[in-house]
Every structure is written in C-alpha cells, then in structure tokens.
Design a protein around this ligand. Structure first.
Ligand code: NAI
Length: 716
C-alpha cells in the first residue's frame, strides 16, 4: 500500500485535509480536516480536491476511487460558514456558488468511478458532493444523517443541490428535504434512493472499495428502484410537476408567513432546473444563492448558528473547572416536568431514579416517560428493543432508596419554597458529598432555596422548559455561593441531554421568564383596553412568534401564569404589575386548555376553537372591542420585552447579548429571523428605541422607562 500526498506540503500551509491510499488500483481518499472536529469545505479544501481530481485522472493505473471521512461521526458537515461570512455582496456570494458548482462538476465528470462512503453527518456541500459521486454507500447507524440544511441559515444549496437532488430522488422528496433542511436518517435515505446501499459501519470501507473496483471494471451502477404510481404521476411529467411546485409554494408561504425568503428562492431554483436547459438551472441556483446570502434574515440566522455553536464549546464558568460525569440522576417529583426530564435523561443513557410522594404518582410519571418513548417508536426513530432497554434505566421510588449513589438531583416538586426546603433537607444527608442539587423552579430565587442546604455550594438551578423533550434550552442558574465545578457539571450534563445551555445569575424569573412577563402583562393590558384576544395573538404571530401571548397563557395554564406574575410583581414593583384581567379569569376557573376553558373555547378532545365570546366580560375588559392597530400591539408587547432584556444585561443576570439572544429565541420563540432581542435592538437603533419607549412611558407611566443600558447606548 502506498500513501501519497495530493501536493507537497509547503511551509506556509499546515497539514493537508486529503490523503490518498492506493490499493489494487483503487484510490481511497480520506478527508480529515486538520485541527477541526468536523470536515468542512473551504477554499483550501476545494483547491486540494481539484488537484486531487486532476492527479487521479492522469494516473492511468487508477481505476476507481473512494471518498471516506477520517472523523469519527461526520462525513462532511458542509461548506465552511466562517469563510462565507467574509463575503460582502450578493455578487461575491454568487461567485462562491459558481466555484462550488464547478468543483462538484469536476468530480461528476471524472473518468474513474467515485464511491462516497458515508458515515456520520453528510450535510449541505457534503451531500452535494456525494450526489456527484457515481455510487453512495452509507452506514446503517443513528449518526448517519443526510440533509441540505441551507434554508435553516437563510440561504439555499449553492453547489448544485437544487439541481441534482430532484433528479436523484424525485421532485416531491427533494422539495421535502430542500425546503425544510431536515435530517434524513440512513434507512430512510436508502428507501428514498438517496444512497444505493446500507452497510454496517465495520465494513463500510471494504464494501466501498469493492464497489469502486466493480464499477471500475465496467459494471453499471444499480439504478434507482422503480418509482411508485404517485411519483410517476406527479414527478414524472410537466403538468404533475407544476402542481407539486404550486402546492409547495402555498405550503411554504403558510409556514413561513413571508418572513423567510430562502425556501421560496430554493423552490425557484428547483423550478428553473426543471423547466429549461441544464445550465440555466445552475445559473439560477447561483444567482438566488447570492441574493439570499445578502439578506438580513440569513445574517441573523447565521449569527444564531454561531452563537449556539459557541455555547456548545462554552464550559459556563470563567475559571478552569472539571465537570463531573453524571452517571446516575435522581429526580424529585414525578409530575409534568419531572417525568419530562426523566424522559430525556434515560434516552441519553443516564440511570434515573424518580421519587414522588405516593405510588400512584410515581406510576403516572413512569407512564409519562413511556409515552414519550412510544411516540418515538411510532415515528420509527427507535426500535421496540431500544425502547425497552431505555425504560430499564428508569426506576421509581416513594422513599429515597437509590439516592445514595446519584451524581445529580433535579428537583421538580411543587412551586412552593417550603416544599422545596423540605425535600432539600430530606435528601441532602443521603447524598454523596460531591453530588449536586439542581432545582427546576421557574420563579423562586436559587439563593432562597439554598438557604436550607448544608452544602450550598452544590446547589444551583437547572431550568428546563416544557415540553422538556421538545424545548431546546436550559438555563443553568448560579448563586454567588455555587462552586464552579457544580456549574461546569450542570452545564456539561445539560449539553449531554442535547440542549443549548445558557448560564445566568440568580434573580426572580432568571432571564427567560423575566423578559416574558412584561410582554405577557402588556398583552393583558391591551385586552383590558378593548383589544380582541385573537387580534393580539394575530399581531404577535405576524411579528414572528410561534404563538401569541393569549394562546401561550391558555397552554401554560392561566393559574400558573398568574402565580408567577404575582411573584415577579412583588420582586420588581410597578413595572411588573400584572393586568387584573388575568386574575379575574383565574378566579372564574378559566385556567386555559387544561380546564377546557380559557381565552379560547376547547372541545371535549381539547382541540382549540374560536375565542370564547364570554371571556371579555369575565376578564372585566372594556365592553366594546376597540380596533388597536397590530403595529401598536407589537410595539408595546415587544418593546416591554426588549427593555427588560437590556435590564437583565445591565443587572448581570445574563453574561452577554449572545446569551440573551439565544435564550429568547430558544426559550420563548422570539423570531429567529430577527436574531434575538439584542440584534433586534440593534436593527431598530438604540436612540430610536429610547425615543419610542419614552413616548410610550408618557402614555403608560412607569411601564416603559428606558433601561439605563439603552440610554447609554443611545448617547453613544
Ligand atoms: P406538577 O404538579 O406536575 O409536579 C409536581 C410533582 O411533585 C407532583 O407529582 C407532586 O406529587 C410532587 N411532589 C410534591 N411534593 C413532593 C415531595 N415532598 N416529594 C416528592 N414529590 C413531591 O408540577 P410541574 O409542572 O412538573 O412543576 C414542577 C416544578 O417545575 C415547579 O417548581 C415549576 O415551577 C417548575 N417548572 C414548571 C414548568 C411548567 O411548564 N410546568 C416549566 C419550568 C419549570
């Protein structure tokens, strides 16, 4: 076996990303980007690829090639986005896309067959490259996923993806991937015809080499399996295709509400490829790629992508501290949140003991975990065997048996200080001295809870959001007494659960709920003033929130919301005074969805209907609905939130604007295309914002006084 370099290393450049081993006339190209955890395609790598292709072409002894990754769980993660950020104009981005197309085209045109051996993530430019290969073998492994995630960054596939994918797997399947950016698992990719073969990871290389040999000896690659009737009907002819494209456009508009231009641009690029000459499709793809790259939306989405990537590498503490491994977790309270936390923990392989007051409640908690797993089984994301194995990690108890060996306790009992103190006092003496006690309280300051602890340095907050298995954020809350090691452990474990973690300082409502309440309160005031429930919700959805504040209250529970609002009011005074309307609804038992009675009507099955016409009278709102313009509703609710976010930063609750943006987007659903509260403040301009806040404050004294930090920024 011989190892060759693509080009001789020069002093100025580090080690190379591509190395080649030649075996019996087959070149095995290993992609292993030096100094990085994943393979990305940047300028330097492109040059290497071009030189390699040229060299393989000229070597007459080589009959075929295999492209494989040297990284453990990544094939190719896509283009180098950092490089992408250096582009300033649409024209520059367009040129980048043309270059990418050319590179991949030169691979597609190679004399010798090229086999992509795919294990791990095969994303964006990685998938575009794989599509240009002659044959694709993928591992049947959970880490192997294929996707064109570009629209999630506000751009579109720019290296031929919008052209090659529909030809490979058919129009409808391709649109499903391109317009959502979603991950496709290996098995599904095989069924769709996206890869030709599935193998066990242990034999990936061997099979890929064998296929390259066979293809090199003139065997024709096996083509895509027969298409089904619907595929032929809809994908196979111009009329069917135009129906599919039109429907896709309608659905995309409905989903994006006009806030995200990239999926529509991707659709145009796909359509161009189907309608005209080949070159036309590619040109349109590049042109639209350039156009999208220059949008503000893509700038914000890429900012958020980098912010979350940076958080993944952030230990959460300023000083060096080693996180302890959490092998076993104890959960106090098997209710809604406790069981939710248990469901994500067992899926990550943690042994979990869940404690509640009696057997019935423990049983209910265990059943709740099971139903989360069942949902995954139903979607074929796990097998029955995996579900059973996972459930074996979970045990329930009504005493604290098994807690002596837990590394971390997460407390999710009732939101009541006395109860929290009681369980802390009970459990602490039973724990290992180094075990950590994390509370999932949503409003009680961690410092207050820690007062009952013998080892307050091991007490902190781990604030999950509901539903736990879906919401991507955790706030880890520290007190001045929390040890760095405890923080590092909670942060590392939160990440292991697959969540984005921000570390915040202790204070009522921490960060996420603190900025949420001024927004909710303002919505309540608008209601009292005569705005219609659905008008308030519609205005905020139009702004870009996933649901409006009234629907949110119905979902969370009006009683839960009102209780927390009262805590916040007590802590911060008038600025947080809740609207009396909500308390009146609670008094009338209108708790929202769970009571089948809230702002909206719910049927027996709990399905949401129209606004309940009686709600205005019960809430004591103005008798007549008054038309309040959507722009005013948006301004009042959102500005209250922005102003509080600025206060959280000036008070040291959050460490950075970055954390504030990520927390609001992932915790509340602040519109991602606006980048988060701080990016949105930037886009309005601090001086403009302060002016408008002052105007609002003169109309509604005390509620909109600009935060000191905004005033300072406005003066600059
Ligand atoms: P829940 O009422 O569903 O569950 C609480 C559970 O704690 C019940 O099963 C109860 O029997 C159990 N419990 C009470 N006293 C206990 C004791 N001494 N020992 C053991 N178990 C005991 O409440 P939920 O919604 O799960 O809330 C739990 C905590 O999570 C609260 O602090 C809440 O503020 C917080 N939280 C709630 C969120 C939500 O959306 N519901 C979101 C984030 C935090």
């Amino acid at each position: 076996m011989e190892t060759m370099r693509v080009v001789e290393p020069k002093e100025s450049r580090g080690p190379y990303a591509l190395t080649v081993d030649v075996q019996d006339g087959i070149a095995i190209v290993t992609f292993d980007l030096p100094g990085e955890s994943v393979n990305k395609i940047g300028r330097a790598v492109k040059d290497e690829f071009l030189q390699l292709a040229d060299r393989l072409e000229r070597d007459k002894d080589i009959r075929g090639a295999v492209l494989i990754s040297g990284k453990p769980d990544v094939f190719i993660a896509g283009a180098d986005i950092e490089e992408f950020l250096t582009l300033e104009t649409a024209a520059q981005a367009e040129r980048l896309s043309r270059d990418g197309q050319m590179l991949i085209d030169s691979v597609a045109r190679m004399r010798i067959p090229l086999v992509a051996a795919i294990h791990g993530a095969c994303l964006g430019g990685g998938l575009e490259l794989a599509l240009a290969c002659t044959y694709r073998v993928a591992t049947d492994h959970p880490k192997t996923v294929l996707a064109l995630p570009e629209v999630q960054l506000g751009i579109i596939p720019g290296a031929g993806g919008t052209q090659r994918l529909p030809r490979k797997i058919g129009l409808r399947a391709a649109l499903d991937m391109i317009l959502t950016g979603k991950n496709v698992r290996a098995k599904k990719a095989y069924q769709m015809g996206l890869v030709e073969e599935l193998v066990h990871p242990a034999i990936l290389r061997q099979i890929a080499v064998q296929r390259a040999k066979e293809l090199g000896n003139g065997k024709r690659p096996q083509t895509r399996k027969e298409r089904g009737f619907m595929d032929t009907l809809l994908d196979g002819n111009p009329v069917g295709r135009s129906v599919v494209l039109r429907k896709a456009r309608e659905e995309t508009l409905k989903k994006t509400k006009g806030h995200y231009p990239a999926p529509l641009a991707a659709l145009d690029a796909v359509a161009a490829g189907l309608s005209g000459r080949r070159a036309h499709g590619y040109r349109e793809e590049s042109r639209l790629f350039g156009e999208m790259a220059a949008t503000d939306v893509s700038r914000q989405l890429i900012y958020l992508f980098f912010a979350t990537t940076a958080l993944k590498k952030d230990s959460g503490v300023g000083v060096p501290a080693e996180p302890r491994e959490v092998k076993k977790l104890g959960i106090l309270g098997a209710g809604f949140m406790g069981s939710g936390i248990a469901s994500v923990a067992v899926q990550q392989g943690t042994v979990v003991r869940m404690k509640d007051a009696d057997h019935a409640r423990v049983g209910k908690g265990l059943a709740a975990v099971r139903s989360v797993l069942k949902e995954r089984l139903g979607k074929r994301q796990i097998t029955r065997q995996q579900m059973d194995d996972t459930m074996l990690l979970l045990g329930g108890t009504v005493d604290y048996s098994g807690f002596a060996s837990v590394d971390l306790v997460i407390e999710a009992v009732f939101e009541d200080l006395a109860t929290k103190h009681e369980v802390l006092r009970e459990v602490e003496p039973l724990l290992k001295p180094e075990a950590i006690f994390a509370t999932n309280t949503s409003t009680i300051p961690i410092g207050r809870i820690a007062e009952a602890a013998a080892r307050p340095e091991r007490v902190l907050g781990m604030h999950f959001f509901s539903p736990v298995h879906k919401m991507p954020l955790i706030e880890v809350i520290t007190t001045p007494g929390t040890s760095p090691e405890a923080v590092a452990t909670a942060v590392a474990y939160g990440k292991r659960l697959g969540k984005t973690v921000i570390v915040v300082n202790d204070g009522p409502g921490f960060y996420v709920n603190r900025i949420l309440f001024p927004y909710i309160n303002e919505a309540g005031r608008l209601l009292e003033q005569g705005a219609a429930v659905d008008a308030i919700d519609a205005a905020m959805v139009a702004f870009g929130f996933p649901v409006g504040p009234m629907t949110l209250l119905d979902e969370v529970g009006m009683d839960v919301g009102a209780k927390a609002a009262a805590v916040m009011h007590q802590a911060f005074g008038d600025r947080f005074a809740p609207a009396g309307a909500i308390d009146r609804l609670v008094a009338a038992g209108r708790y929202g969805r769970k009571a089948k009675q809230g702002f909206y009507l719910y049927d027996e099955a709990g399905k949401k209907g129209a606004v309940d016409p009686e709600v205005y009278a019960v809430a004591g709102a103005a008798a007549e609905r008054t038309e309040i313009p959507a722009a005013e509703i948006q301004q009042r609710c959102v500005f209250a939130m922005l102003n509080e976010a600025a206060r959280c930063l000036q008070d040291g609750i959050i460490r950075s604007e970055r954390d504030g943006d990520v927390g609001a987007v992932f915790g509340i659903g602040f519109p991602p295309f606006r980048g988060g509260p701080f990016r949105y403040i930037d886009s309005i301009g601090a001086a403009t914002l302060v002016g408008q806040l002052e105007e609002l404050n003169s109309r509604f004294p005390g509620r909109f006084e600009p935060a000191e930090r905004l005033l300072q920024a406005a003066r600059r």
